[in-house]
Each structure stands twice: as C-alpha cells, then as structure tokens.
Design a protein around this ligand. Structure first.
Ligand code: NAD
Length: 375
C-alpha cells in the first residue's frame, strides 16, 4: 500500500517539524501552461459545500502551514454568498457545477478539494485535471475501480497530483499504533479487528446507490478496510464477506446495511471487519503474541482513546496534543508533494486499492465464496 516505511517516516517528520518552505513555488511541477506564476501557498478551491466541507475542511485551512482557501464551487448561490463572506472569497472566485471548468482560467487556484457525493468524484477530478489543477478527493475515491483508474490516468496525463482524503494517515494516534505494531510492541501480529458503523438516517444520498455506489461499505466500512491495511502493512490475498440487510427497511432499497468481511494477509494475519449502517462502531485492535494494542474510538474527528495490553495488564495511553490536527496534516501533505514532486502517501493508487477490495468484498458476499485478490 501507499503506507511504506519511507512514507510513514515522511509523515511523522512532517507532523513534528513542519512541512515545506512556504516560499517554494507550488505550481512549478503542475502540467498546465495556464497555471499561475509561483505562489507561496497551495491555494485550494473547495468543490461541494455540504456537511464535511463546511464543518470540517474549510475551518481547518487556518491550521495549515502551506495552504489557503481561495475559491468555492457550489450549485447553491446562497451558500456561495454565505461562505464567500465568511472566508473572504470574492465573487470572481465563486463557481457552480456548470462553469466549473472555468477554474482553468483562474491562476489563483492551484488545487481543488472534491467533497461531493461519491458518484461525482470521478467527473470532478477529471475536469480539474483537464483544467491543470491538483486534486484532493474525498473517500471513497469513486463508485468503481474503473472510475478510479480513469481519475489516475487523467491526473497523470495532466501532470497534476491526485490525493485521497484519508485523514487517519495524518492522525497521531493512528500513526502511533502503526509505529508500535511495527516496532514489535505486541510481538508478531496475528489478528486485527476493525469495526465501523453508525445509524444512517433516511433520505440522504448515501442511501441512493447511483450517488453512493453502495451502502455502509462505501461510506464507513472503508475505514475498517483501510485500517486493516495500514495496521498490517500488507495487502490482502483473500477476501470473504457476508451481508445482512433488512430489505423491508425503507433505507435499504438499493444499498446494503451490514457487511462483515475478513481479509487474509500474506504473513498469515487475519482481519475481521465490521461495516454497518444500523449499529454504532468505531474501533480497532491488533493482537499479537505478546499482547494487543487498540483504540475505541479509533478514527473519530477528535477524542481518540488508546489502550495497550501486555504482561496481563491493560493500560490507557494518552499522547500529548499534536502540533497539527489530522486535516491540516492532510492538506499540507498535498502542498508538500506539489513542491517536492513526491507522490502523496495516499495517492490515487491507494484509493484504487481500496476500491478493488470493496468490489471483491461485494462479490464474495454476492457469490457466497472466498475471492482471491492481489494476484
Ligand atoms: P453532504 O450531503 O453533506 O454534502 C454533499 C454536497 O454535495 C452538498 O453540498 C450537496 O449540495 C452537493 N451535491 C451536489 N450534487 C449533488 C447531488 N446530485 N446529490 C446530493 N448532493 C449533491 O455530504 P458529506 O457528508 O459532506 O460527504 C461528501 C463527501 O465527503 C463524501 O464522499 C463522503 O464520503 C466524504 N466524507 C468524508 C469524511 C471524512 O472523514 N474523510 C467525512 C464525511 C464525508
């Protein structure tokens, strides 16, 4: 996966020591001739002004070292007006979904952050690449692996960076658990459990397959899947899955509720994972020959709780407050990659790997058999 040893060190170094010299040109490595003269920060347009954009992402730009929010894209004029005023973004930098391609002509925009329903990720990534802009795209990367491949190809062709919004790769407790597992704290790992779920309220795009691409697996189960991969540090070779959905529940006309899946990794580690739209879960644990390390909640916005069990004793571990929150780390990482030319630790290929596995998980559940993957 993208989480190789060097990437992990880069992120740990970046979290503590700051990222890049802010004066380095951000556009130097981008493909389009229409791009701007050198700028001091990576200047983002946020695309889609829904819940995650306005409550989590937009307020975090102030916490970054190397990023700036300079443009907004929305289909709702009132939102453009409201958030334009709040973030001091003039009307010249407001776009809608029809004139979105005109961002190509705006030299103030270096990158877009796509925070739209899943089915729109591929289209808006490809249009951004064609406009010569770097792309941060929310998880899940798209509705299908085929769309992910098209997104990667478009960004490669335009010579722009593509990164997926896997914020946990920039969160200090998750990084600490990875470090501890790799350093042998719990001995040889054997079993990972990862559980994610919440009660999905009716009447939202998440429950509409054409927009969401699927049910809990696409939205929240992907955290169990991605965690199993970064905790093990391996890619699975075998996938088995079982779905359980009450089709009389009007929420689940065309998407799944619960889908539990098991991943077998080459070292022999087995991950048992939960994904649910009816029950609350947010935890993981890695159990090895000498004990276990785990968190609950494991992947929240704030309030991570970490425990280690060794030598018959369970202890809670509290880390000092981070120098940078997970969103600022994520936003700054793309800026660093644009400057350095490195690939993001959670590049498009990382989103594609999850999407291929999600397709295998669905196939296993559908066909009632184990699916070999990664050959
Ligand atoms: P949301 O429903 O709150 O926002 C979606 C936005 O898209 C809205 O502004 C809506 O107006 C706009 N939109 C445009 N066309 C639309 C259409 N045809 N149907 C519905 N909405 C349309 O959703 P959200 O919770 O902000 O999620 C957006 C994306 O962010 C999703 O891909 C989701 O998986 C991701 N997300 C990630 C995290 C995370 O922690 N990384 C958390 C929440 C959401």
């Amino acid at each position: 996966m993208g989480w190789d040893e060097q990437s992990r060190r880069n992120v740990l170094a970046g979290m503590g020591a700051g990222l890049v010299a802010a004066a380095t040109p951000m556009t130097a490595l981008a493909g389009s001739k229409r791009l701007a003269a050198p700028v001091k920060k990576l200047r983002y347009a946020v695309v889609g002004l829904g819940n995650y954009a306005v409550n989590q992402i937009m307020p975090r730009f102030k916490d970054t070292e190397s990023c700036e929010l300079v443009a907004l894209v929305s289909g709702t004029p009132a939102k453009l007006e409201k958030y334009g005023a709040q973030y001091n973004i003039p009307a010249t930098h407001h776009y809608n979904y029809q004139n979105y391609d005109k961002i190509a002509d705006n030299p103030d925009i270096d990158a877009v952050y796509i925070i739209l329903p899943n089915s729109m990720h591929a289209e808006y990534t490809i249009r951004a690449a064609k406009a010569g802009k770097h792309v941060m795209c929310e998880k899940p990367m798209a509705n299908t692996a085929q769309e992910c491949e098209a997104m990667i190809a478009a960004c490669r062709k335009a010579k722009v960076k593509l990164m997926i919004g896997y914020r946990c790769h920039f969160e200090q407790y998750n990084l600490h658990v990875i470090e501890q597992v790799r350093s042998g704290l719990i001995g040889k790992p054997h079993v990972i459990t990862a559980e994610h779920g919440f009660y999905a309220q009716p009447g939202q795009w998440r429950l509409d397959r054409p927009l969401s691409g699927g049910g809990s697996m696409m939205d929240i189960g992907i955290y169990s899947l991605n965690a199993a991969r970064y905790l093990s540090g391996e890619e699975p070779v075998l996938v088995t899955a079982t779905e359980s959905t009450d089709r009389t529940d009007p929420r689940f006309k065309n998407v799944e509720d619960q889908i539990d899946f098991q991943l077998k990794f080459p070292s022999g580690v087995i991950a048992n994972c939960v994904s649910s739209y009816s029950t609350g879960h947010n935890s993981f644990r890695v159990t090895g020959e000498k004990g276990w390390i785990g968190m609950e909640p494991a992947t929240p916005y704030t309030g991570h709780q970490l425990w280690v069990r060794k030598g018959g004793k369970t202890e809670q571990v509290t880390l000092p407050p981070p120098s940078k929150n997970q969103w600022a780390g994520q936003l700054d990482h793309l800026a660093e990659c644009v400057v350095s030319g490195k690939e993001p630790i959670v590049a498009g290929e990382e989103g594609l790997k999850d999407m291929r596995l999600i397709e295998a998980i669905y196939r296993s559940a559908r066909e009632g058999r184990a699916i070999k993957v990664g050959a």
